[in-house]
Design a protein around this ligand. Structure first.
Ligand code: ZN
Length: 208
């Protein structure tokens, strides 16, 4: 069983996302007098999220959280790099969050670009963008070889999930410090996907 703090954090994110889906956001409007002052002595975020930079997937809004609640790292295609690992070590080791969520989303442009590049022999992208493609690509290379071209959009949606799962696996072993926390069950890393169409976040730990 994971840390009960991780379970509670997961529940809090699910409740926040439910409010978001129902257009009942509270966090941005429910600020009490003196809230800014209350943040000056430190922070006690309850979870960390690795999301995509996509402008349609703003993490704090999607989970209806406010100032001081989440440590958010956003990088195109939510893939693992040393900068991402450093931020998550800071989150888990430095600030002791019990939960890291890797949040992909439907219609992800980084995933679409990677699929396009895997299938075409066009010129390379700029070096750092090519690095993104090289990092994400292996997550669904095998799947793609069997993909039906007429089902292109289905392939992209499937690839989003595969990329999230790949990132979860890589993160768990990307750092000795993180691996130890996971092994001691003091840190839970879970994948999730934000659906642009409905606003709902599907966690890969459950069926709802
Ligand atoms: Zn994206």
């Amino acid at each position: 069983m994971p840390d009960t703090r991780a379970i509670e954090a997961l529940a809090r994110l699910k409740q926040g996302n439910q409010r978001f889906v129902q257009d009942k956001l509270e966090s941005a409007t429910g600020l009490k007098a003196g809230w800014r002052q209350g943040l000056l002595d430190g922070q006690q975020p309850f979870a960390a999220v690795l999301g995509c930079i996509d402008s349609r997937a703003p993490v704090e809004l999607v989970f209806d959280v406010g100032f001081g609640d989440l440590l958010v790292t956003r990088v195109a295609g939510n893939y693992v790099s040393s900068a991402v690992v450093a931020s998550l070590e800071f989150s888990a080791v430095g600030l002791g969050v019990p939960l890291v969520v890797v949040l992909g989303h439907t219609r992800c442009g980084a995933v679409r670009l990677t699929l396009d590049k895997l299938e075409s022999s066009s010129a390379q992208e700029p070096a750092h963008l090519q690095e993104l493609i090289d990092q994400i690509g292996p997550a669904f290379d095998a799947y793609l070889k069997n993909a039906d071209e007429s089902q292109r959009e289905v392939a992209i949606e499937k690839a989003v999930g595969l990329n999230v799962r790949s990132t979860v696996r890589k993160l768990a072993t990307a750092s000795t410090a993180i691996a130890e926390l996971v092994q001691k069950r003091e840190l839970l890393i879970v994948g999730a996907e934000y659906c642009l169409e409905t606003g709902k976040v599907q966690f890969f730990t459950d069926e709802d």
